[in-house]
Design a protein around this ligand. Structure first.
Ligand SMILES: NC(=O)c1ccc[n+]([C@@H]2O[C@H](COP(=O)([O-])OP(=O)(O)OC[C@H]3O[C@@H](n4cnc5c(N)ncnc54)[C@H](O)[C@@H]3O)[C@@H](O)[C@H]2O)c1
Length: 253
């Protein structure tokens, strides 16, 4: 990773922050973009950018930052997403659909459009999109989120075909349940519903609700490790692929 340049979105917490820490620790220079990237400030080689990635202007600012600061880019990790809990499909109005689409899909579309040409100019690069198990197992309470994550799979496949000849690989990491602040909020409400403490709720979620084969949730570092593999030269023959990091939650073939 030494001497490489990466952009990570949604870098302020959870999986994105773990990717930034891992890459920075290996000598990568980074632009870390988030509404609140303060957790990245002070990490070696990391330029934190405060930005709303649900806007076209946000993507432009990230592209300008990486060009100004580092002169180009080798790796793009499209990690930012919102995952609002929905009580019913009919409650999700156009504005809500649009917001999920802008943050989860259009941030990725816009950054790929800005940054892939820079990678091509350097002879190649690697794009890693963070998808979700929800793309293949859509739950009604995450309907717009699941649709957005399915769209990312199609986008990665199309881009991998178009830009493979230019040396740019495009892959997807699809996490299952991962212990981040979003997950902790969910476990908090589950605990209140069940009348138990959050750790008991986590156990119930892992064993009863989800039946995770490995018997534990991912930590953010478990997902970051697979992102690291796909970003680096060990994966030089891997493109258009989807890597599940889900503790065995996907039981279909
Ligand atoms: N945590 C899980 O269980 C899980 C499961 C499957 C997939 N994922 C995926 O992993 C990725 C990371 O999830 P996480 O749980 O680490 O998330 P998180 O909630 O911990 O972090 C998301 C980050 O995105 C930032 N963000 C949100 N909206 C933004 C916007 N408009 N502009 C800029 N920044 C914005 C937030 O400030 C936050 O720092 C997401 O793509 C998510 O869909 C997570």
């Amino acid at each position: 990773m030494t001497g490489r340049v990466a952009v990570v979105t949604g870098a302020g917490s959870g999986i994105g922050l773990e990717v930034v820490r891992l890459f920075a620790g290996e000598g990568c220079r980074l632009v870390a973009a988030d509404l609140d990237p303060s957790a990245c400030e002070g990490l070696p080689g990391v330029h934190a950018v405060t930005v709303d990635l649900g806007t076209a202007e946000g993507a432009r600012r990230v592209a300008a930052a990486v060009l100004d600061r580092f002169g180009g880019v080798d790796i793009l990790v499209n990690n930012v997403a919102v995952a609002p809990y929905r009580d019913a499909f009919t409650d999700v109005d156009d504005a809500a659909w649009q917001h999920t689409w802008e943050v989860n899909v259009m941030s990725c579309v816009r950054l790929c459009r800005e940054l892939i040409p820079m990678m091509v100019g350097r002879g190649g690069g690697s794009v890693v999109n963070i998808g979700s198990e929800a793309a293949r197992h859509p739950k009604p309470y995450l309907v717009d989120y699941a649709v957005s994550k399915a769209a990312l799979l199609a986008l990665a496949k199309a881009l991998s075909t178009e830009y493979g000849p230019a040396g740019v690989r495009v892959n997807t990491v699809a996490p299952g349940p991962t212990r981040t602040s979003t997950m902790n909020r969910f476990l908090g409400s589950l605990a209140r519903r069940l009348g138990v403490d959050p750790e008991a709720a986590a156990e119930h979620f892992v064993h009863e609700m989800r039946g995770l084969a490995l018997g534990r949730m991912n930590e953010p570092a478990d997902v970051a490790a697979v992102v690291r593999f796909l970003a680096g030269s060990a994966a030089r023959q891997v493109t258009g692929a989807e890597y599940a990091v889900d503790a065995g939650s996907t039981t279909s073939m």
